[in-house]
Design a binder for this molecule. Structure first.
Ligand code: CO
Length: 137
């Protein structure tokens, strides 16, 4: 698999609204997109720093995995996402063959129209890892 860069860091927050003054006012990075991803039960807010984005994740429901994460571990870094140049589907096959435990066995559509898949933190040193790519049209 060919990783070009860290596409984004996902950060679990209770409230995007409450975090905007830190990101926009203190760090001086502008939120350029807020989007609800229904099937993941999250509201996302995006900031761009160089090639890498920060994705704030706010649960939209109590049974959201983000709500459960915050309950257990508090707010903070939730996952790291790599941009895969040669395709997420290929990368999944490759790492599964090397014994990595997968959460998603096939790419699915995530925020910002990316194709994404998660690797299990048991196989990645405790870091929930997302592989993603911009779908080729
Ligand atoms: Co993500």
């Amino acid at each position: 698999m060919n990783i070009s860069h860290i596409e984004h860091l996902g950060i679990a927050v209770k409230s995007i609204e409450e975090q905007l003054p830190y990101y926009e006012g203190i760090l001086g990075v502008k939120c350029y997109n807020i989007e609800v991803v229904e099937d993941q039960k999250v509201k996302t807010a995006f900031f761009k720093i160089g090639q890498t984005k920060i994705e704030l994740l706010e649960p939209t429901s109590e049974d959201s995995t983000i709500a459960k994460f915050i309950e257990k571990r508090g707010e903070g870094i939730h996952h790291m996402a790599f941009c895969i140049e040669d395709g997420v589907a290929n990368a999944l096959k490759e790492v599964e063959a090397k014994g990595v435990k997968l959460i998603d066995h096939a790419p699915r559509r995530g925020a910002e129209g990316l194709d994404i898949a998660f690797l299990h933190p048991k196989s990645t040193g405790g870091v929930l890892t997302e592989l993603c790519e911009t779908p080729k049209k």
